[in-house]
Design a protein around this ligand. Structure first.
Ligand code: SF4
Length: 289
């Protein structure tokens, strides 16, 4: 089994076998992100990936979940990805779920028929980093796509029957765009109606370009209570029919989880309580990626 560089996966994939279908991120230019700065993007050959899967079959016990890394496994040619999914189905009949991160650009490039074929071969869940619904914030952060493209990409995956776990980053608009970030993000998520929605809070790794913008005063990050006010505004604006919501990620000051719409009022009350009693918040030094 070969691994290249640091490996990232969503918290919910903690027990999954991680297989690198691609290395790094083909965009690798978002100002807040340093996850794959140490790697040049490349797509692995199917032979390499299949060799990893064969090693896993011989050496590991029951595997219920497989996560295809790195940042955008869907950049792989769809025929190659189909071959890898076929290999998983043939060798891991016990596997209940195959998932990966999905870049919006990759989803937009794949045809509806290609996405359906990937789903039929077991790709059941895609993690999409929306980050924000605000075009101002997306542009500022060099995300490379706008809100309309994010919406179209997500709806395309949903129409193919693939479940979506979407992520937003609290504080990504800084102090200047916090309100716009909350309102536009709620609007985008309402249009997508994802199965899962996770909130992360902005962290500033030293090697992320955004850290330099903070240092020279071009970006003013939110403090903990400002993040909570932004979260409250976002949550209040959500109009979701059937979504599992969580802010359990280690980057957050306050951990929330619940089903929307049913648990909305309870989670708003939890935010209000934390605003009244900030000592219950996770201290800044204890936050992590
Ligand atoms: S946030 Fe996602 S798309 Fe942007 S550089 Fe990081 S991994 Fe790539």
């Amino acid at each position: 089994m070969q691994y290249f560089g640091s490996i990232w996966r969503p918290p919910s994939e903690a027990d999954s076998l991680i297989i690198q279908a691609t290395i790094g991120c083909s965009h690798n230019a978002c100002l807040f992100c340093s996850m794959y700065r140490d790697k040049s993007f490349r797509i692995r050959s199917t032979a390499e990936v299949v060799a990893d899967l064969q090693w896993a079959r011989l050496n590991l016990q029951e595997l219920r979940r497989i996560f295809l890394a790195d940042g955008n496994a869907l950049a792989m040619p769809p025929k190659d990805l189909e071959q890898i999914l076929d290999c998983i189905q043939a060798n891991f009949p016990e596997c209940r779920r195959v998932s990966s991160y999905a870049a919006p650009g990759d989803l937009l490039r794949l045809t509806p028929a290609e996405l359906v074929r990937l789903r039929e071969r077991g790709l059941q869940l895609l993690y999409v980093g929306l980050e924000s619904g605000s075009n101002t914030v997306l542009r500022l952060m060099n995300k490379g796509v706008d809100s309309g493209q994010l919406q179209n990409a997500c709806l395309k995956a949903r129409e193919a029957g693939i479940a979506l776990s979407t992520m937003l980053i609290s504080g990504l608009g800084g102090r200047t765009y916090s309100t716009e970030h909350a309102d536009a993000s709620a609007e985008l998520v309402n249009a997508v109606q994802p199965e899962y929605l996770s909130l992360l809070s902005l962290m500033l790794p030293e090697d992320a370009p955004l850290a330099k913008m903070v240092a020279d005063g071009r970006f003013v990050p939110l403090q903990a209570l400002e993040i909570l006010h932004e979260n409250r505004r976002l949550l209040a604006g959500l109009n979701l029919q059937r979504t599992i919501f969580s802010s359990n990620h280690a980057s957050n000051f306050l951990s929330l989880s619940g089903r929307l719409p049913g648990d909305k009022e309870r989670m708003l009350a939890q935010i209000d309580q934390a605003l009244y009693k900030p000592e219950i918040l996770r201290p800044d030094y204890a936050r992590g990626l």
